[in-house]
Write a protein that binds this ligand. Structure first.
Ligand code: MF3
Ligand code: CO
Ligand code: CO
Length: 294
């Protein structure tokens, strides 16, 4: 019996983490039928629910991710080459005893993804220089003591035009609306629905071909977190899950193509695309952002 001493109300969330009410779940079940959610989620979905010491490790990696993004933001200006961002991130991460997960990940050649304007994600740092009016997403994933945290932000280079202002505002709000859905008992579809309905109401579109993902003990773990969907559909969230929400929002079509380098994903119509990403923990009462910004 995992929780004999607690006094739990019949209508309280079941302490097994199922997200159901106690009376609809473990109340009155013989001990051998009480659901071990950790076991269930691993057997069924290969999802590893995180233990407190693992969460602390991811939180520490998350602080480094955010410090990195803050310090990159201070460097952003017209004329900066994207490979200078790469070198800065690689050196800062190493100076904290960390490793950049992107480097050599499935052949990715650099330490960070830098995606300008119509580039949706996975931009490869190069000698290309930022220009006045660009928008640029910087996506960092430090590994610290074996724990991964994944976060990204889109920055303005100089003064943004109206389209840049719109797409960045909508993408930022999409992330926030998605995160606000997170609690035990909610579903991945609730997250996608919140993001998609706001984005489309603002006249923007949601990229389908890339999704959020479990993270923490590895770079990409189950489950997948689509940024579109229907309320109530998909996987039920339980406490201890750690995953990213990272909506990629386009001004035009959501369709994309990948360039000949095998990585750079661009909008099919050349319209602007923006993204924000955070690593989120499902807590018994809701969520905690492990890469806190804003
Ligand atoms: N950081 C990206 C994500 O949010 C993944 C980049 S994979 C890489 O999932 F190989 F391009 F680095
Ligand atoms: Co990610
Ligand atoms: Co990322």
């Amino acid at each position: 019996m995992p929780f004999p001493k607690l006094r739990i109300g019949r209508n309280d969330p079941c302490p097994c983490g199922s997200g159901l009410k106690y009376k609809k779940c473990c109340l009155g079940k013989p001990p051998d039928q009480i659901v071990d959610v950790r076991e269930l989620y691993f057997q069924r979905y290969r999802i590893r629910l995180k233990k407190p010491e693992e969460i602390e490790g991811i939180r520490t990696a998350g602080r480094l991710a955010i410090e990195t993004l803050d310090r990159v933001e201070a460097l952003i200006r017209p004329g900066l080459a994207t490979e200078e961002i790469d070198r800065f991130v690689a050196e800062l991460t190493a100076s904290h005893g960390g490793v950049c997960a992107p480097l050599n990940y499935e052949g990715f050649p650099k330490s960070v993804c830098v995606s300008i304007n119509e580039v949706i994600c996975h931009g490869i740092p190069s000698s290309r220089r930022l220009q006045e009016g660009d928008i640029v997403n910087v996506d960092v994933t430090p590994i610290l003591n074996g724990f991964y945290a994944d976060a990204s932000k889109t920055f303005f280079v100089g003064q943004p035009g109206p389209q840049a202002t719109t797409i960045v505002r909508v993408a930022r709000r999409c992330l926030s609306l998605g995160v606000q859905q997170v609690r035990p008992g909610a579903t991945t579809g609730d997250i996608g629905w919140a993001i998609q309905s706001y984005a489309e109401q603002q006249g923007c579109s949601v990229v389908r071909d890339f999704v959020g993902h479990g993270v923490g003990l590895d770079f990409h773990e189950p489950p997948q977190i689509p940024h579109y969907g229907r309320k109530g559909q998909g996987l039920t969230l339980v406490a201890g899950m750690v995953f990213t929400i990272e909506p990629m929002i386009n001004l035009g079509t959501y369709e994309l193509k990948v360039l000949d380098d095998g990585w750079t994903a661009v909008t099919m119509d050349g319209s602007l695309s923006a993204q924000f990403e955070q690593t989120v923990l499902v807590t018994p009462s809701g969520y905690e952002i492990l890469t806190p910004f804003d």
